[in-house]
Design a protein around this ligand. Sequence first.
Ligand code: AMP
Ligand code: GLY
Length: 417
Amino acid sequence: MRVLVLGGGGREHALCWSIAQSPLLEKLYCAPGNAGIAAVAECTALDPDSDEAVIAFCQRESIDLLVIGPEAPLAAGVSDAARAADIRVFGPSRAAAMLEISKTFTKNICDASGAPTAAYAAFDLPEDAKAHVRQTGAPIVVKADGLAAGKGVIVAETEADALAAIDHIFDGPGGASVVLEEKLMGEEASFFILTDGKTILPLAGAQDHKRAYDGDDGPNTGGMGAYSPTPSLTPMLEQAALEQIVTPILTEMTARGTPYGGILYVGLMLTADGPKLIEINARFGDPECQCILPRLKTDLLPVLAACADETLAGTTLDWRNETCITVVMAAKGYPGSYDKGDPIGGLTDAATDPKVTVFHAGTKADGDQTLANGGRVLGITALGQDIAEARSRAYSAIKAIDWPGGFHRTDIGWRAL
Ligand code: AMP
Ligand code: GLY
């Protein structure tokens, strides 16, 4: 198979690394890719959000499967345009990706399907949202309705913080309207499901660490580390989430004539009343993808193709009996402003242990040097018999990395330990 992966983060490195191991692979491209992806795929500079550029490339290179990593190409309609051009696509239609694109859309789907989620109200005007906050008080969760690159949610503990958050969101990207939500209490878990619109195949659970600093302190980020499986998502809770959340939502999407196909990322809060939906994403989680795929023994490529072909029924997945952890190394300053262009040393030494893989998230090659080129830059990933072993491998590997401009959390996996 000739495959094109869209994206250039740690998630796409993990996807390319996995696909590159498939005996069915003939040629792998990635757009735009990064310095790490270039070791397993041919990186190409085309714009992943441009349907014209993607389609022209797929036709010119006889691509058999287009795999869409991030949400932006989905929101830009690339999956629909490619399918209309007879290209086989792993990734939902834009209509189905509305589950990620709009929080109010997902809340409406929850209402219609009975999937448990936080109580909410949506507002188009900041004054109305503020009046609601003054009435209900804090704590309250303030969310941008639209895509905001993981930065559109503020869990406000005080009324003053909530009012400031409303102004912040209306001034930022994705801020045409705001959703105010009840704060749910419990442990969070990410649950990933593959589906072709007909068959539902649970993939794995993972635990992300969204806050920037140790002790789950500091601002929310795209994710500073993750591990999989997560003991918090017990088989019983996973079953409850499938029955009460995943199946009703997917059934509702099909009933509306917009069946969901691809990977469904279900963000859960495990509350005292059972799992409740926090959010849905229409893509793999990042860094969660980096700690899920190394556990998978089954060839990923035909599974992705089966999702695209609606032939997922009968597919089973075989897993390594190990835990996997990813520790993100980010540029100092992230998730705020940060410098780019610092050279990173020690990448080869860090990955000498065969149980360790260094996924690149934001890197760029400059001759034989690797330069930091983003907020989240590396995902140091390690397998182990349990979380403690995986974690100590990952942190030993980090010691080999020479990058004074970077930082990482030192407590990834603490909840499971
Ligand atoms: P989201 O982008 O919707 O996943 O929100 C980002 C993060 O904000 C989540 O991972 C949670 O940590 C937190 N969060 C979002 N919604 C809620 C909620 N209703 N109650 C408590 N925490 C929440
Ligand atoms: N790690 C969170 C996300 O991918 O949205």
